[in-house]
Design a protein around this ligand. Structure first.
Ligand SMILES: Cc1cc2nc3c(=O)[nH]c(=O)nc-3n(C[C@H](O)[C@H](O)[C@H](O)COP(=O)(O)OP(=O)(O)OC[C@H]3O[C@@H](n4cnc5c(N)ncnc54)[C@H](O)[C@@H]3O)c2cc1C
Length: 390
């Protein structure tokens, strides 16, 4: 598996290129055929989950020591990008498995890693990430969910909102307040299981896009969990949650790249076929300039994302923190803004047909929007960048 750390800043290795080819083939054969249906019916893409799990691509980031493929950050980006190119909802399987489990990878005890990363790597369990709450979105530090120590246990109470893959995932990294006087330094991270008594879920949100990815509230009602489910030390949960986002915002950038590439590829083909004024619309310079701009923005976003992935890998393998926080935010912000522009232009290039569900670019435009919102809105990314200028 692509576990090399020798890719340079901007250029994927031959191994990464081979991985891309194989994920593209799998995505086109086994995920693309269901993408429109998954969106239309708002159902979880079970076919994608099965295909990704069979190919060991569902949680490719899990280290080999815990039974995973041990793929590096760029390989993970490539998997998400190629799946998102055909179905954004399905790309949230590998993306959120990384998001949910990375706090355990970064800060969990060996015992916690063994217990929870193994089933994830095997495909027996998915992992979600529960930071946001109804009144704590951009200001996640204002969360109210509480965890109170009681002997060898913690008891959790509260509501987490907007949790991707909630109800489908077996495991949840949940951030909760253990010391209300210390604000973000009084927040701790825990692994909560779907099977824990007192865990329940709200109805799936009715969303604009990524309709195949369930987004639900998670209710924690006197959930009593063993104290060894604490990730790291008490009071370090918020820092772990933010450190996680430094790495995983790059996976959202990857998702944005994939969605944009899917839209560009479709539009490129369409303009050769569609004729007006007696010739293919692709012969008009006005159309060519639009495609040129779309490809230029996409490639700029890709280079920034791959540079960020290279930094993520170096940091994850013990290197200096470098300017990963800036790069993670910049990649996510730039790639998602680019994806929104590119998918909107793709709809434009298909004219009235682009505005209908008979063509995939309409879905891609709706799906692109979320990449500007989650893992921190693009306003929040700009705050993060401004505080961490390179
Ligand atoms: C489909 C979906 C899936 C999600 N998945 C997850 C998940 O798996 N886990 C999880 O924990 N969360 C998840 N989220 C939550 C997501 O990260 C939040 O929605 C996001 O961080 C924004 O929070 P909010 O919705 O409360 O918006 P608000 O914080 O209320 O923001 C509203 C607007 O105000 C702006 N704003 C706020 N503060 C500032 C400021 N200081 N300066 C400038 N502008 C500002 C925002 O940019 C935004 O435009 C998901 C959300 C959605 C919609």
């Amino acid at each position: 598996m692509a576990g090399t750390k020798d890719f340079d800043l901007y250029r994927p290795s031959e191994e990464h290129d081979m991985l891309r080819d194989s994920v593209r083939a799998l995505a086109e054969a086994k995920i693309a055929p269901y993408a429109a249906e998954v969106d239309e019916e708002g159902r979880f893409p079970e076919e994608a989950r099965a295909a990704l799990t069979a190919a060991d691509l569902h949680a490719i980031h899990v280290p080999e020591a815990f039974g995973g493929a041990g793929a590096d950050a760029l390989a993970t980006v490539i998997v998400i990008e190629e799946v998102a190119r055909v179905c954004a909802s399905s790309s949230l399987i590998p993306a959120v498995n990384k998001l949910g489990s990375l706090p355990v990878v970064l800060a969990g005890s060996e015992a916690l890693k063994k217990k929870y990363l193994g089933p994830l790597a095997q495909g027996d369990a998915m992992f979600s990430y529960a930071l946001s709450e109804p009144d704590a979105g951009s200001d996640a530090g204002g969360m109210k969910t509480k965890a109170v120590r009681d002997g060898d246990h913690y008891v959790l109470n509260g509501v987490k909102r907007w949790i991707t893959n909630a109800g489908v995932s077996e495991y949840y990294t949940v951030m909760a307040v253990t010391d209300p006087d210390k604000r973000t330094k009084g927040i701790s991270a825990f692994v909560v299981e779907k099977a824990d008594e007192g865990v329940s879920f709200g109805a799936p949100e009715k969303k604009l896009g990524i309709k195949g990815s369930p987004t639900r509230e998670v209710y924690l009602d006197n959930v009593r969990i063993p104290a060894d489910r604490l990730i790291g030390e008490e009071g370090t949960g918020f820092a772990t949650a933010m450190k996680t986002l430094d790495h995983t915002r790059i996976t959202i950038a990857a998702q944005a790249l994939g969605i944009a590439q899917g839209a560009l590829d479709y539009a490129k083909g369409y303009v050769q076929e569609r004729k007006q004024f007696g010739k293919p619309i692709g012969d008009f310079q006005g159309v060519q300039f639009m495609l040129a701009d779309m490809a230029m923005k996409l490639e700029a976003a890709r280079q920034l994302t791959y540079a960020a992935a290279a930094k993520s890998e170096r940091v994850a393998t013990g290197g200096d923190k470098e300017d990963l926080t800036f790069f993670g935010a910049a990649a996510k912000c730039y790639a998602s803004d680019a994806a929104m522009e590119i998918t909107t232009d793709a709809v434009q290039l298909l004219g009235g047909y682009g505005y209908t569900r008979d063509y995939p670019v309409e879905r891609m435009m709706r799906d692109a929007k979320i990449t500007q919102i989650y893992e921190g809105t693009n306003q929040v990314q700009r705050i993060v960048m401004a505080r961490n200028l390179p």
